[in-house]
Design a protein around this ligand. Sequence first.
Ligand code: IPD
Ligand code: CA
Ligand code: CA
Length: 267
Amino acid sequence: MDLQQLCQSVTEIARSAGAFIKQEAATFDRSKIEMKGFNDLVSYVDKQAEAQLVNDLQKLLPEAGFITEEETATERGETYNWIIDPLDGTTNFTHGLLHFGVSIGLMEGDEMVLGVIYAPMQDECFYATKGNGAYLNDRQIKVSDAPALKDSLIATGFPYYDFSLTQQYLQVLGAFMATSHGVRRIGSAALDLAYVAAGRFEGFFEYNLNAWDVAAGAVIVQEAGGKLSKFTEGGDYVFGREIVASNGNIHSEMLQTIAQHWKKPQP
Ligand code: IPD
Ligand code: CA
Ligand code: CA
């Protein structure tokens, strides 16, 4: 499998779905929002973008299976599986905030080997394949070289449907506010990871995430020289529902900051 060649085709597929989403953003109105659950928004744009992605990716690699947010395709492949979020940042999209992206990861066995995240409004395509570095459009990207948390800008996601851990989350948030350049919540976990890879954020942490939010971003951060874990060292940060991504230099400071307040029992 020539992953780099495959990745080139996947960027084209992501760009094409992104062009559809961008076109719909111009006329989208909130009457078209559907609710999947409490505060869990979706629309025809998410669903059609996913159908297009599944159709294109199926042609590209017929033996691969799928894990997708909107469940257009559910069959798993023996070796290869695409992990797809057709529109990461749906709440932004439906409110006319132009920060969202298409996220496509490829898993070989249990390992993520390819990631593409395309932000159509900014025309920014982040991509990486295992062992070949990370790129933004035509330029190679690297994580920031900031040495310490006190020199860092941190991204996160706020809880929005399960508030059982909000109090301890707010304590972690407060600790990061007091020890970094600041904290941002800009509404797309995939792009938060891409921005860590590009050196815009030094770190990102969030819990209650799904594999499709982080699969592509994890490869891109890794290949940009960053580090990933769960809220404690190691762990399955793609399927484990919580993630810390950083430039590496600040990773242990981030884990320590979280550990001071995060008392959730580990499964
Ligand atoms: C969401 C975004 C958001 C994060 C949520 C995700 P969606 O994905 O990534 O930043 O905080 O946890 O569910 O629903 O827009 O695809
Ligand atoms: Ca998502
Ligand atoms: Ca989504």
